[in-house]
Design a protein around this ligand. Structure first.
Ligand SMILES: Nc1ncnc2c1ncn2[C@@H]1O[C@H](COP(=O)(O)OP(=O)(O)O)[C@@H](O)[C@H]1O
Ligand SMILES: [Mg+2]
Length: 188
């Protein structure tokens, strides 16, 4: 069973390859409705209708390096195992939005995993034709919210310091870890 953060990493990497310059990742853990919702939205090139219609099939990929694309089918399988589903909305030229839903308390629902590490990895590999991709990560837990936005960090650091500097990545990792720990540990 794969941590959900690894699925998020996979799907957000699709957005980077699709030449997005902004990727929004949002995770909503809601015990009341017993739903876990993961949203990944990008402003990349989008998918033509034929591709969108077949992208849940494991043999569909536009990569030329290999013939099987598994990122989307694996996330779909994880959702369906947990009474959920994966919805994809995409239009050419404006972007793609994936919504993955799980039954929160389902015994087969994988743990969320290490989202700090996922964000750090995405920042490190988030370079495409548009430059350095921005990420906004919103994590909601039973109505409380933590937000991390690379655009805010860039504004504070200024143009001379890259987010991929080791000290900056270490800070980002700690910042997200602490933010999520507060979300889970704080009084509601
Ligand atoms: N966010 C996205 N924007 C545009 N195209 C996408 C996006 N996500 C997936 N795709 C398209 O769907 C195909 C299948 O994706 P995936 O299942 O992750 O397999 P892979 O990335 O290995 O090809 C990709 O090759 C790409 O053409
Ligand atoms: Mg992929």
């Amino acid at each position: 069973m794969k941590d959900l953060s690894l699925h998020v990493l996979d799907l957000a990497q699709n957005a980077i390859s699709a030449v997005a310059d902004l990727v929004a990742i949002s995770i909503n853990e809601d015990a009341v409705s017993d739903r876990l919702t993961i949203l990944i939205e990008d402003n990349g090139k989008g998918m033509p209708p034929e591709l969108l219609a077949s992208v849940k099939d494991p043999f569909v990929t536009t990569r030329t390096s290999r013939r099987i694309g598994l990122g989307i089918p694996l996330m779909l399988a994880a959702c369906r195992r947990c009474d959920g589903d994966l919805e994809i909305v995409s239009s050419l030229g404006s972007g793609t939005k994936l919504t993955a839903v799980f039954r929160y308390s389902h015994i087969d629902r994988a743990p969320i995993g290490n989202m700090a590490e996922t964000l750090v990895t995405l920042i490190l590999c988030g370079i495409n034709e548009k430059g350095s991709v921005d990420f906004v990560y919103t994590h909601m837990l039973n109505g409380r919210t933590f937000v991390f936005d690379t655009r805010e960090i860039k504004a504070v650091l200024g143009a001379d310091v890259s987010l991929t500097e080791p000290e900056v990545l270490a800070w980002i990792n700690d910042y997200i870890k602490e933010g999520l720990a507060n979300l889970h540990g704080g009084v509601q």
